[in-house]
Design a protein around this ligand. Structure first.
Ligand code: ZN
Length: 331
């Protein structure tokens, strides 16, 4: 390990720690970590100018590693509890701890590589719960309700990630090489009714990561492709209702959910003038609106309002987080 490597590793670790601690307020990750101020100089208020919008390269903390950490710690506690006759309180604490941690993880911005962790979380919770039920372990009275909520959050994470390239889910995208992609607004007029990022879920009242923007519009309004591309999915997709995913090349994809009618089919080539469908209220939706999401080659969700009209350069992200992410990358 060269000194340069260890320094950058340390920096990465610090950035990651900062990112995890601040799960509630996802800030721009370039502020220096202010763990301790140097003795002479007073801690400077951050005055550095904001960096140019390199939105594609930004890799924030994601739920996967947090979920796996929470599961490891939960299972270690469970093993310890099995070694000695545990009290109901100890069991309850272990359960609540893992549920809180998973809930917190579901507030982070998901990336394609997190899919496995979400699936592991569901399997682990179900197996361990079954184990407790068989041994008639006294569990907290509200555990079922809490568990249901956490599993719902985990399932939403799985749903969201399936939208951006789970193997076998999306149609094949042609090898389209693009210098840059400029996304235009999918609706002629847009009213943002729910922004990108952590929010209170309108159905459950719990905190979740909202991986797109909600744009209020009259039912039946035309929805346009944000840029030329190929439709890699057009059909029904659970909570997203009638749903379209367009691959624009360079790993950039956009998705359009809760549509009333679909005007395109999988495999169709579209340009920015083509209507993909009409605004509707299908799937898990509380009113007529468009859920619009953008993902990059690394399988990260981007804030659509930040990337609209900004040329997105398809930068190959060498994270190798998942096979599906690297498959969709072009050079
Ligand atoms: Zn939405």
């Amino acid at each position: 390990v060269t000194p340069r490597n260890s320094i950058s590793a340390l920096l990465l670790l610090t950035l990651f720690a900062v990112g995890c601690a601040g799960s509630q307020q996802v800030t721009s990750s370039d502020a220096p970590p202010t763990t301790e101020a140097p003795p002479e100089t007073p801690a400077p208020v951050v005055t550095a100018p904001l960096p140019p919008p390199t939105v594609v390269a930004e890799v924030p903390a994601s739920p996967g590693p947090e979920i796996d950490r929470a599961l490891r710690s939960f299972l270690a506690t469970r093993v310890a509890l099995r070694a000695a006759p545990p009290t109901a309180r100890q069991h309850g604490e272990a359960w609540l701890d893992v549920l809180y941690r998973l809930d917190d993880a579901c507030l982070l911005q998901p990336v394609a590589g997190d899919l496995g962790a979400f699936v592991r979380a569901r399997a682990t919770l179900e197996v361990e719960l079954e184990h407790d039920r068989r041994r008639r372990v006294a569990l907290p009275p509200d555990l079922d309700e809490r568990l249901k909520e956490t599993l719902a959050a985990v399932d939403e994470g799985v749903d969201a990630l399936q939208l951006i390239g789970a193997p076998g889910f999306l149609g094949p995208a042609p090898e389209r090489t693009v210098a840059s992609v400029v996304l235009r607004r999918p609706l002629p007029t847009m009213a943002v009714t729910s922004p990108f990022g952590p929010r209170t879920d309108p159905f459950s009242g719990h905190q979740r990561f909202h991986a797109g923007v909600d744009l209020g519009a009259k039912e039946g309004s035309m929805v346009f492709a944000a840029a030329p591309g190929t439709v890699v999915f057009a059909g029904w997709q659970g909570g997203f209702g009638r749903h379209v995913v367009v691959d624009h090349g360079g790993g950039i994809r956009t998705s359009y959910s809760h549509l009333q009618d679909l005007f395109v089919h999988t495999g169709q080539v579209v340009d920015g003038e083509d209507a993909l469908g009409s605004v509707g209220n299908t799937g898990r939706s509380t009113g007529s609106h468009l859920h619009f999401a953008v993902t990059n080659a690394a399988g990260s969700f981007l804030d659509p309002l930040v990337v609209l009209d900004v040329p997105l350069t398809p930068t190959p992200v060498v994270k190798a987080a998942s096979a599906s992410a690297s498959k969709s990358m072009k050079r």
